[in-house]
Write a protein that binds this ligand. Structure first.
Ligand SMILES: [Cu+2]
Length: 361
């Protein structure tokens, strides 16, 4: 029991980290890190307290999680000399505030929109475990990665199985099921994960997250990296709040002016992975800087790099741009289309506009 609790706690610690504003976590400096670690320690204490109180009534889900962890610790991937890089995704339903009290009923990975950024390395044995804690069937596809058909997309008969996920012939995960996707990425990629085509409407309810395969040798590694997901989310009409049904354009699950600012410092090379999941063309412009397009829709890396101050993203386009932070001030990365930065009531900014600013030294 103690052992499985410890295993569970180590998982919880991992998720706690992943859950704390993943997109911006890499932007914190050492000072912020110390404060954040102190906060995390407190959170961990709280969680320990909570776990103590439910000791003795551990439910099936928890037991299967700890068993799964033990299985993974005891049986590393056959033939792999390297440690397996293991990540967990939990599909959960959640109300998400898109900003200004605009609440949408969402499906999430690990309680957030977008889901956690997954950073993989070429040649590194990888295991991604999907847990379906929602009330609907779901599936998982790694968009933009080059993988064997047995792992890309759906659980299939003959796909890699764990003790808790025997190979299934079904083409999806029912509520309460989990599945381990195991593979070694061999091609550099800037992709994103989301449910397969048959469950694609779940993507527009919040099920998406960045998955990046970094090259083994990286001579031009950026100093900072951030994924930006453009999407259109639907707010249901609500008599209680007087909210009318409407579509809201969001970046990382928030609409302007509620999108957290992108913060950088002079001299840094900032890499943005930008995904247009909306059904509209978006001309994205950054003031005062140039965008160096380093990858586009699977051409990773794109050579030679092209330089733009505006990039046009058609629906389903994904582009990776580097920005050399050499012009301190407060800028904006925003759509150049008026109807994408002003809402139906005429409020500006709304939708696709994010502040790009330099940290005070
Ligand atoms: Cu896809």
């Amino acid at each position: 029991m103690a052992r499985s609790l410890a295993a569970l706690l180590s998982l919880v610690t991992l998720f706690g980290w992943a859950g704390s504003e993943p997109a911006l976590a890499q932007f914190n400096e050492v000072d912020d890190l110390a404060a954040e670690q102190a906060k995390e320690k407190q959170e961990l204490e709280n969680m320990k307290q909570e776990l103590r109180s439910i000791k003795g009534e551990v439910n099936d889900a928890m037991r299967s999680m700890s068993e799964l962890t033990q299985t993974m610790q005891e049986r590393p991937m056959a033939g792999a000399a390297q440690a397996v890089h293991e990540m967990h995704l939990f599909v959960k339903e959640k109300e998400i505030d898109l900003g200004g009290g605009k609440k949408a009923h969402c499906l999430t990975y690990n309680g957030m929109v977008p889901g956690p950024e997954l950073h993989l390395k070429e040649g590194e044995p990888t295991r991604i475990v999907l847990h379906n804690e929602s009330t609907v069937p779901t599936s998982l596809h790694f968009h933009g990665l080059v993988l064997p058909h047995t792992v890309d997309g759906l659980p299939r008969a003959g796909a890699a199985a764990t003790k808790d996920s025997p190979a299934k012939s079904e083409r999806y995960l029912r509520p309460g099921e989990n599945f381990a996707y195991q593979f070694i990425p061999t091609v550099q990629a800037s992709g994103y994960y989301h449910p397969q085509v048959m469950h694609l409407k779940q993507r527009d309810m919040g099920l998406y997250g960045a998955i990046v395969v970094h090259p083994r040798l990286n001579s031009r590694a950026p100093d900072q990296e951030l994924a930006l997901f453009i999407n259109k989310m639907t707010l249901p009409a609500s008599k209680e709040s007087g909210q009318k049904a409407q579509d809201v354009l969001v970046i990382n699950g928030k609409t302007a002016p509620h999108i957290p600012a992108i913060e950088t410092s002079p001299g840094k090379r900032l890499r943005l992975h930008i995904y247009n999941l909306s059904d509209q063309a978006v001309p994205l412009h950054l003031g005062g800087h140039r965008l160096e397009v380093v990858a586009s829709n699977g051409s990773d890396p794109l050579e030679p790099h092209v330089i733009r101050d505006t990039i046009n993203l058609n629906p389903a386009d994904r582009v990776v741009v580097d920005v050399l932070a050499d012009n301190p001030g407060v800028w904006s990365l925003a759509s150049d289309r008026a109807n994408q930065v002003i809402d139906k009531e005429g409020n500006f900014p709304s939708g696709l506009a994010v502040v790009f600013k330099y940290k005070l030294q």
